[in-house]
Design a binder for this molecule. Structure first.
Ligand code: ADP
Length: 398
């Protein structure tokens, strides 16, 4: 069967068409800058790539373009929309209700809407994408996969903040965690690669991209993660600060920063960009640091140091760790960053083999040294495939 996976952001729609259960990719594409006169649409198939700049006014317009690209007699991949048997959707926030992927109906849509204020930038476009796909494809199964769901197993001691109870009971202020689709995918892959049962592995998974998070996984279940109520907590990220003393916010507020400017400061102007003053991209920063730019060097060191601290904390939480897993653009490709993170951890049982580290760029494998007690694995993430698998499972049930 053919499964179309959607990842809908505020101005972009990414999609990928799978042939399941074979897991072949039939097509993948992107519509960017939706709402502008110069939107960009592309479609890649095994036969080649087509792309076009055009005006796309809104989400329905974006879906109309996707339909046209998929059905194009020369460059498309299907002859009729009825060839698509199911759709899978990435949904960022599932709140406290959704601990796994769910078939979409009107009730579930209301559930996604009910946590709009927890993810105001993400859930509304996710839901708009679902509406459009339901309109376009009619009565076929649609499945929602939540980025928070894998972290539902986190115990209360790790998900509660030390705030008055009523902030939890009235406003659901707690750690939710994100990147769950990716953490779960690489955890399952790691178990398979080590020849262990998926519910017997203890792992520390590091998803390092523009947004980054670490998860502690016991017996295949997430038991802690670095992102919190929002994706701002935890690691130093491309433009996000990650952890900081909450007192800084009061201090800045008294200096004249209002809520919106603090939001912009912490989400868009901090992290690697804020420290380096020049870039949020690890590759750029490595070039600059090599050329003697001290601020770029400091940014990379802060990034790596924060990850090392989380790894140490999760080693203490888990007690036994079978492997540390790296994924995401930086985790999969960042040879030098991996070295910065894991150097001088031999007393913790972690030793990397620099030769193996250097050859594992974007490819799965192990990079620990022969005497390392804990494995170090590189596993390219594949969130779309994870969504396609869940969609296949749920839509073929019964
Ligand atoms: P997103 O979170 O937006 O999906 P990605 O997972 O694509 O982000 O990761 C983007 C990051 O990956 C960028 O900081 C980029 O510099 C980094 N990256 C990509 N290739 C390399 C590489 N070869 N070495 C180091 N970092 C890399």
């Amino acid at each position: 069967m053919k499964i179309l996976v959607f990842n809908c952001g505020s101005s972009s729609i990414k999609f990928k068409l799978f042939h399941m259960p074979q897991e072949d990719v039939l097509a993948e594409g992107l519509v960017e800058r939706v709402g502008s006169g110069d939107a960009y649409a592309s479609l890649k198939t095994p036969r080649g790539k087509t792309q076009k700049n055009q005006a796309i006014a809104d989400y329905p317009g974006g879906f109309a373009v996707i339909k046209k690209m998929l059905l194009n007699p020369e460059s498309g991949v299907i002859n009729s929309l009825s060839e698509v048997n199911a759709c899978g959707h990435r949904v960022v926030h599932g709140g406290e209700s959704f601990g796994g992927s769910m078939s979409i109906d009107d009730e579930l849509e209301k559930g996604i809407e009910s946590v709009f204020d927890l993810a105001p930038l993400h859930n509304p476009p996710n839901l708009t994408g679902i509406h459009q796909a339901r309109l376009l494809f009619g009565d076929i199964p649609q499945v929602a996969c939540f980025d928070t769901a894998f972290h539902h197993s986190i115990p209360e001691v790790a998900y509660r903040y030390a705030l008055p109870e009523k902030l939890y009971s009235e406003y659901q202020i707690r750690r939710y965690g994100f990147h769950g689709i990716s953490h779960q995918y690489v955890a399952r892959q790691a178990a398979q690669m080590m020849g262990m049962h998926k519910y017997s592995v203890n792992l520390i998974t590091c998803h390092l991209g523009n947004g980054s998070s670490v998860a502690a996984i016991r017996d295949g279940h997430s038991v802690d993660t670095s992102m919190g109520l929002t994706p701002l907590e935890g690691l130093v990220m491309g433009t996000r600060s990650g952890d900081l003393d909450p007192g800084i916010l009061f201090y800045l507020n008294r200096k004249g920063y209002d809520t919106d400017s603090l939001d912009t400061l912490l989400n868009k102007q901090s992290g690697l960009l804020g420290i380096s003053g020049s870039s949020n991209d690890v590759r750029d920063l490595e070039l600059k640091a090599d050329g003697g730019d001290d601020k770029a060097e400091l940014a990379l060191n802060l990034f790596a140091y924060r990850i090392k601290k989380y790894i140490g904390a999760y080693m203490a939480v888990l007690n036994r760790v079978d492997a540390i897993v790296f994924t995401g653009g930086i985790g999969e490709n960042g040879v030098a960053i991996r070295h910065r993170i894991l150097s001088d951890m031999d007393q913790q049982g972690v030793i990397i083999d620099q030769m193996r580290n250097e050859v594992h760029v974007g490819v799965a494998g192990e990079i620990q040294g022969a005497t390392s007690r804990i494995k170090v694995m590189i596993i390219p993430t594949n969130e779309e495939l994870a969504i396609a698998r869940d969609t296949f499972k749920l839509s073929t049930k019964n």
